[in-house]
Write a protein that binds this ligand. Structure first.
Ligand code: NDP
Length: 312
C-alpha cells in the first residue's frame, strides 16, 4: 500500500467536484482529485447543455466537463483517475483508500461522487443514448418540443418530468408498471389533470425501436397481455436515481435513499472535515449549476475549516 498526505482530497469529477477543485486550488489548498468510474459525471451522457449560464449558444455536456477539468487543472489541481474503495474517518487526518492500493491521509475531504440514473436494462437504452433516450427532462426535453414522448415511472420524479414535458411536447405517455403510482397525491393529481398526458397503466417496455434515433416503443400490458407499438421521439426514464455513496454507508449520515445529509446552509457532514456537494447530497434540484454551487460551498467550508485547524 502506497501512502501520501494532502490538505484537500476531492472524490468525484462532475460539476460539483470540479468547482470545488477550482476554488480549493485558487485558495492554495493544492487539492488532489480522484475521478470516479465516470469522469465528468452524468453530463457526459447528455447532449447539448442549454441551461448553464454563460453558454448562450449551449454546449455539449462532455465538452463542458472538459472545460471544467481544464479550469481545475489550470490552478494546479492534481487530477487522477481512480476509485475510492474504502474510507476511514474515525481518526484525523482522514484516510481514503484508492483502488485498494493507495492510501491518502487528508486533512479535509470533499465528497462529490454524484448519483446515477437507474435504467430499465434494455440494450436499446444504450443504443439511443443522445439519440432519443434520456434520464433528464429538464436537460433534454427542449429537443422534443411539439413531439410525442414517453416518461417511464410512477414516482415523484416521473410525474415531475411528465408535467415539465407536457408544457413543451404535443403528447406525453406516462408508463406505469402497475395500476398505481408511488408519487405524492398532489403530483399524481397534476398529471391526471393534464390533458396531453396519457397514463399507460400496467405497462412494461419491451423495446425501444428506431434506426438512428428513437421512433417507437413496444409496450406490453401486463394484465391483458396485449403488445403494442407507439410512435414516439423521446423516451425518458425516471425510475429513480442512486446516489453513489455506498462506501460512506454507516460513516456519513444519510437519508433512507442514501443521500448524504449536510448541515442546513452548508456542506458540512456529520464528520468534522468531511464536506459533501452535488447530487450525492441533493435529490431535489440535481442540476449542473446547483451542483457547481454546492461544490463552491464545500471548498469554502474546507478552506475555513483548515484555517481554523491551523493546517497550512
Ligand atoms: P421513486 O423510487 O420514488 O419511484 C420510482 C418509480 O419508478 C416507482 O413508480 C417505481 O415503480 C418505478 N420503477 C422502478 N423500477 C422500475 C422499472 N424497472 N420499470 C418500470 N418502473 C420502475 O423514485 P423518484 O426518483 O420518483 O423519487 C425519489 C425520491 O425523491 C422520492 O422520495 C421522491 O418523493 C423525491 N422527489 C421529490 C420531488 C419533489 O418533492 N418535488 C421531485 C422528485 C423526487 P413501483 O412503484 O412499482 O416500484
Amino acid at each position: 500500500m502506497t501512502k501520501e498526505t494532502v490538505k484537500c482530497l476531492i472524490i468525484g469529477a462532475g460539476p460539483a467536484g470540479y468547482t470545488a477543485a477550482i476554488y480549493a486550488a485558487r485558495a492554495g489548498l493544492k487539492p488532489l482529485m480522484y475521478q470516479g468510474p465516470q469522469p465528468g459525471g452524468q453530463l457526459t451522457i447528455t447532449n447539448d447543455v442549454e441551461n448553464y449560464p454563460g453558454y448562450p449558444n449551449g454546449i455539449k455536456g462532455p465538452q463542458m466537463m472538459m472545460d471544467f477539468q481544464a479550469q481545475a487543472a489550470r490552478f494546479g489541481t492534481d487530477i487522477r483517475y481512480g476509485i475510492a474503495t474504502k474510507v476511514d474517518f474515525s481518526s484525523y487526518p482522514h484516510k481514503v483508500t484508492i483502488d485498494d492500493s493507495h492510501e491518502i491521509e487528508a486533512y479535509s475531504v470533499i465528497v462529490a461522487t454524484g448519483a446515477s440514473a437507474k435504467w430499465l436494462g434494455l440494450p436499446a437504452e444504450q443504443k439511443f443514448q443522445n439519440a432519443g433516450v434520456s434520464a433528464c427532462a429538464v436537460c433534454d426535453g427542449y429537443f422534443y418540443r411539439n413531439q410525442t414522448v414517453t416518461v417511464v415511472g410512477g414516482g415523484d420524479t416521473a410525474c415531475e418530468e411528465a408535467s415539465y414535458l407536457a408544457k413543451l411536447c404535443k403528447k406525453v405517455y406516462l408508463l406505469v408498471r402497475t395500476d398505481k403510482m408511488r408519487a405524492s397525491k398532489i403530483m399524481q393529481e397534476r398529471v391526471l389533470k393534464t390533458e396531453n398526458i396519457e397514463i399507460l397503466w400496467n405497462s412494461q417496455t419491451l423495446d425501444i425501436l428506431g434506426e438512428q434515433e428513437v421512433e417507437a416503443m413496444r409496450v406490453k400490458n401486463t394484465v391483458s397481455g396485449e403488445v403494442k407499438d407507439f410512435a414516439i421521439k423521446g423516451f425518458f426514464v425516471a425510475i429513480g436515481h442512486q446516489p453513489n455513496t455506498q462506501i460512506f454507508e454507516n460513516v456519513l449520515t444519510m437519508d433512507s435513499n442514501g443521500y448524504i445529509i449536510t448541515e442546513k446552509g452548508s456542506s458540512r457532514t456529520n464528520i468534522e472535515g468531511v464536506f459533501a456537494a452535488g447530487d450525492a447530497q441533493d435529490h431535489v434540484y440535481r442540476q449542473a449549476v446547483t451542483a457547481a454551487g454546492t461544490g463552491c460551498m464545500a471548498a469554502l467550508d474546507a478552506e475555513r475549516f483548515l484555517a481554523a485547524k491551523g493546517v497550512h
